[in-house]
Ligand binder design. Sequence first.
Ligand SMILES: [Zn+2]
Length: 211
Amino acid sequence: MSRFDPATRCIHCHAPLPLCYCALLPHIDSATPVTLIVHRNELLRSTATASTTRLCLAGSRILPYGQRDVALDPADLFAPPGRALYLFPEPDAEILDTAWVAANPGPWHLIVPDGSWGQAVRIRRRISALSRVQAVCLATPGPSRYELRTARAPGRLCTLEAVAHALGVLEGPAVRDGLLAALALQVERMKGSRPRFRQNDPEHESSLPHS
Ligand SMILES: [Zn+2]
């Protein structure tokens, strides 16, 4: 991963200091707590969206993953109240839509993996406590507005978009639209800040695929 220098980059949004957008982010209330399981390679990247999600979404948190000799504590993972849901297009995932919500009343606790496609696929396999959590995925995610990395397949969304659309189903359009506005702000600030963001960069693929 790129070297992170706190003298030149914001420790919260990770943007270069002149481009810091923390003060412009909305503050969004959510009745559904959100836990982001974030691969260590993503924790300090300015193009990553888990940090943006945490900065603007009340009740959200980041649990780092993939650090040597540091395992996730299931008691901590499931500490937030509500029925745990794992937001990822697993083979056994149920479509998260209004019919699902009608059949599965809340409260819920949304758990979201964040990393490259390969990293995200492995997270549920490697954290055994997640195997008993119901997986859900978005019905029709639509085109991604995340322009900082190149997705390898259509329908793959970044973490912030996936959370936005999932909470749009669980809580309504105001939460969704607030989160998408935060993403637009991040994209606007970071796009073009370095030339490679404008190029295809498979190594930095969209952080969370959803189909
Ligand atoms: Zn900042």
